[in-house]
Ligand binder design. Structure first.
Ligand code: IDC
Length: 455
């Protein structure tokens, strides 16, 4: 694990270096900081600063001071505490990234209003880059590489964003992500191991790994810190393998998300701060609201989304919908209530869930209708009935796959687990045995999904 993390970090630093502006000189054995523009638009840009500890001992705090030209301001930042005096912005650590081991680094990011790049950079009171090397000429260009066609899903697609009613990759092309959902992570820890995730990434070629963190039912509410750590660790595992990680705040009973509003704010503040600099994290803020109006769900979303955006301004957020994320259909409504009153944020998608043996033509018709106006993501579906059990409905499952493929709607299947129920991809006992590879441990549902996802 350590070795892989180091490799990932090296890659990140190499990428950062490619569009790095150098500022001043500094002896080689000290702290340095590099500035990189990550994306830009008409009158603004997003940037990242990486603080490197080049000394041979651990440091326990750091300070970066950036001066911007008049008329250019920093509007928000993440993974650092920000203070401003005139045009100079001072960044200091948040609690978890104060300490940097010898030779290690940490990063923070910010959004700038205006196009001016920093004219001065100090780290711990000294210039950000070293004098011993000639200063490279400052570069303010943004990478405009042509889209790669090979590599992991994240290498190929990068940072996602909602484009109209579709999900697009960082090159502006519509993408359909296909993957698997965990079962409740409180119940199936042995199903989410290095071995199982290697199989999901390398053998199944999954784009997406949904991490279902129940809030009730022995979940988050019983141990917030412990479950936050477990989710963070699984996000890191997905990241190491180049998969997108979908963080599912799995509310189910009670169905009113307001019941868990404060928990959601706490949880999403922490995970979005931790993963702000990653390109592969998607936030699903309410698995299946039920027994509540769309207005109540929207009210919850309008309070949780800003918490995420404060840390991770470009992360895609998916909002659950009325009637167990049925776009309202299972409670006698439909998607018009969302179209007429969308959440107060951009870069947002709406969740639709189905279980193929229970939800058929009338649900498919509503998805087709809704997809003309709303960005949709099937963050959970089953091939069986809505109980999670029973026989695979192959005909209905295939009708759903055809529809989702045609509309380029991404999906995650319930579940990548060995639960004793028809929706599980593996037969009971698989996870304890660690026998995830090949087809020998698959259920009928698992075999169907493995074929679909690999295709
Ligand atoms: C089911 C599990 C089952 C568990 C139950 C209650 O498969 O083992 O006992 O939850 O926690 C959903 C929910 C999802 C359900 C699934 C199948 O998002 O939590 O999982 N389902 O019933 N919505 C529709 C179906």
């Amino acid at each position: 694990m350590k070795r892989r993390t180091a490799a990932v970090l090296t890659t990140v630093l190499a990428v950062a270096a490619a569009s790095t502006a150098a500022f001043f000189a500094l002896p080689a054995s000290a702290e340095t900081a590099t500035f990189a523009v990550q994306s830009s638009w008409n009158n603004g840009y997003q940037a990242q600063v990486t603080v490197n500890n080049n000394t041979s001992s651990q440091i326990t705090t750091w300070k970066v001071e950036l001066t911007l030209p008049a008329g250019t301001t920093i509007t928000q930042s993440w993974n650092a505490a920000q203070a401003a005096s005139g045009n100079t912005y001072t960044f200091t650590p948040v609690n978890w990234n104060a300490t940097i081991a010898a030779g290690a680094s940490t990063s923070f990011g910010f959004i700038v209003n205006g196009t001016g790049r920093p004219t001065s950079c100090l780290v711990n009171g000294q210039a950000c880059t070293g004098t011993t090397n000639p200063s490279p000429s400052p570069s303010t260009s943004v990478s405009t590489s042509t889209p790669p066609t090979t590599g992991t899903p994240v290498q190929v697609n990068g940072q996602l964003r909602v484009c109209g009613t579709k999900l697009c990759n960082e090159h502006g092309q519509a993408v359909q992500l296909k993957g698997m959902s965990t079962h409740g992570i409180q119940w199936f820890p042995n199903c989410y191991t290095d071995a199982s995730l290697d199989v999901l990434a390398n053998e199944w070629s999954a784009d997406l790994f949904r991490i279902s963190m129940y809030v009730q039912e022995q979940g988050y509410e019983t141990d917030p810190a412990g479950f936050t750590t477990r989710v963070n660790n699984l996000v890191e595992e997905a990241t190491e393998r180049g998969m997108y990680a979908l963080i599912d705040f799995h509310i189910l009973t009670p169905g009113d998300p307001a019941f868990n509003l404060e928990r959601a704010k706490t949880f999403f503040a922490q995970v979005s701060a931790r993963h702000a600099n990653k390109k592969n994290v998607i936030y699903e803020i309410a698995n299946e609201p039920n027994g509540v109006s769309w207005a109540q769900i929207k009210n919850y979303a309008d309070q949780v989304i800003p918490v995420i955006r404060a840390n991770d301004p470009d992360g895609v957020v998916i909002v659950g919908t009325r009637g167990w994320s049925s776009l309202g259909v299972s409670e006698g409504s439909n998607s018009s209530e969302i179209v007429n009153n969308p959440v107060s944020a951009s870069n947002v998608m709406y969740a639709f869930h189905y279980y193929a043996a229970s939800h058929k033509d009338n649900y498919r018709a509503e998805v087709e209708r809704a997809a003309a106006s709303l960005p949709l993501f099937v963050t959970e579906f089953g091939t069986v009935t809505y109980t999670g059990d029973g026989a695979v409905d192959v005909a209905s499952s295939n009708a759903w796959f055809d529809l989702l493929d045609r509309l380029k709607i991404g999906y995650a299947n319930w579940t990548y687990s060995d639960a004793s129920e028809g929706s599980a991809a593996f037969r009971p006992g698989t996870c304890n045995a660690g026998s995830f590879a090949g087809t020998g441990s698959l259920t009928e549902s698992g075999a169907l999904l493995r074929n679909r996802i690999r295709a």
